[in-house]
Write a protein that binds this ligand. Structure first.
Ligand SMILES: [Zn+2]
Length: 443
């Protein structure tokens, strides 16, 4: 395939040729089409590297009514995400080799490339896990009281030792449950869709509980020379703590989610339990401070923590509703809309969704539009936003916390040169390719 006249993130206009091996053969001016080659005319549009979303929960095995590898990866492809990394809190949890194999068999349905993280519980089996083509350890739930996968400092230290002995990164979910404010959940929380419920969850899982746990995780990792990646930092304080640790020479990086960048307690009052996630939404003041750090280059990665649940499940009331929101399809669109409105540079967005995650996690063939890299590409008209509406998205959960915001959506998404998603700009009709996704640690 030859893509002609595309504008790259840095503003250069280039032709891009994709070889039969699915890699980028050439990025140059004035390339001529060979006989029989498909030509994609891209003048006036941007060609960006596919996003590497290092934090998704595609729910299989065990939660197929919420999402499947097929539906989740369609949603990813339609949003310009060409690699996803799945987290281990599935059923069974991915804590040993057999569980890894079960998940890997299901991931054969994926339209996009993927990694599978290994989890840590009291029952985990590092020997058999690391015997598999594992992406990383994570999401390791340090001192998190929710779910079945919360672990204490001793087990966290063991996990860091096992990972560092094998040069594997550790992604950590850091919230100290001993610092949660239980009183916040007392009394009348006002049902599913009210400001009282949204505020209560944020007050309960206090910002201090995140900051304290992030600092402990960073110190433990630095002590052991382990590479640590802090998932979904929701506070500017935690982003600053990661930055300081890295400046001290340790291998520490952070990730921020779109919901913590675009939603706050004040902005999302009507979401109620649909805005319940961990860590929770913060104040508008903290959201603005987080966004400013993204714009300034202090955020390493934006990843989604795509964690779909059904509408019925989210309506169970504040205490019983499960935590998590979908987001894999709206990651690039939300950030590209911020480029259109002048809040972010296009190069910054390219770096935090593609180049940086590829580099941090050692994906040498992902994350850049350059010769020799995989042709994981997104073609998009960056001047053409539309309103985000759940009905037009592809996750099986059928709702979005970003309803009504604007996003700039891809027209075409390629994975190693194969078209996995295409949208007719005139009619909006979408079509999908076949599952071509591969484990990025095997290719
Ligand atoms: Zn997560």
């Amino acid at each position: 395939m030859l893509i002609t006249g595309a504008t790259l993130a840095d503003g250069r206009v280039r032709d891009v040729r994709i070889g039969d091996d699915g890699r980028i053969d050439a990025v140059a001016e004035g390339l001529d089409a060979d006989a029989g080659e498909r030509v994609l005319e891209a003048r006036g549009r941007h060609l960006l590297p596919g996003a590497v979303d290092v934090h998704v929960h595609f729910r299989e095995p065990g939660g197929s009514h919420k999402e499947t590898w097929r539906s989740g990866s369609r949603s990813a492809a339609a949003g310009g995400v060409t690699t996803v990394v799945d987290q281990p809190n599935t059923s069974p949890p991915t804590v040993d080799g057999d569980a890894f194999d079960e998940k890997a068999a299901l991931a054969a349905e994926s339209l996009v490339d993927y990694g599978i993280n290994g989890g840590v519980t009291a029952d985990w089996d590092p020997e058999s896990l690391f015997d598999r083509p594992l992406f990383a350890l994570g999401e390791v739930f340090l001192a998190d009281s929710t779910g079945d996968m919360g672990i204490d400092a001793d087990l966290f230290a063991d996990a860091l030792d096992e990972a560092s002995a094998r040069d594997a990164p550790v992604t950590v979910h850091a919230e100290d449950a001993t610092l949660f404010d239980d009183d916040a959940l007392d009394g009348d929380l006002g049902g599913v869709g009210t400001a009282a419920t949204a505020d209560a969850w944020s007050a309960y899982r206090a910002a201090d509980a995140e900051v304290a746990a992030v600092e402990r995780a960073l110190a433990a990792a630095a002590d052991r020379d382990a590479q640590v990646h802090v998932a979904h930092t929701s506070t500017p304080e935690a982003v600053d703590a990661v930055k300081e640790t890295r400046e001290g020479g340790a291998a520490a990086t952070c990730e921020v989610t779109p919901h913590h960048l675009y939603l706050s307690r004040e902005r999302a009052r009507s979401l109620g339990t649909f805005g319940r996630m961990n860590p929770p939404l913060r104040s508008e003041e903290r959201r603005e401070a987080l966004f400013a750090r993204l714009a300034a280059g202090d955020v390493d990665v934006v990843a989604t923590d795509h964690a779909p649940h059904t509408v019925e499940e989210k309506r169970r009331g504040l205490v019983d509703a499960p935590s998590g929101v979908p987001g894999v399809e709206t990651l690039y669109p939300l950030l590209l809309e911020s480029v259109r409105t002048g809040e972010l540079s296009l190069e910054r967005v390219r770096d935090v969704v593609a180049a940086n995650p590829a580099e941090i996690f050692g994906l040498d063939r992902k994350g850049r539009v350059a010769e020799g890299r995989d042709a994981d590409l997104v073609l998009v008209d960056t001047a053409d936003p539309r309103e985000i509406e759940a009905a037009a998205l592809h996750s099986a959960c059928a709702w979005t916390p970003f309803e009504g915001l604007r996003g700039v959506f891809p027209e075409v998404t390629l994975v190693r040169g194969e078209v996995v998603y295409e949208r007719d700009p005139a009619t909006g009709a979408a079509s999908f390719g076949e599952p071509v996704g591969r484990n990025v640690r095997e290719s």
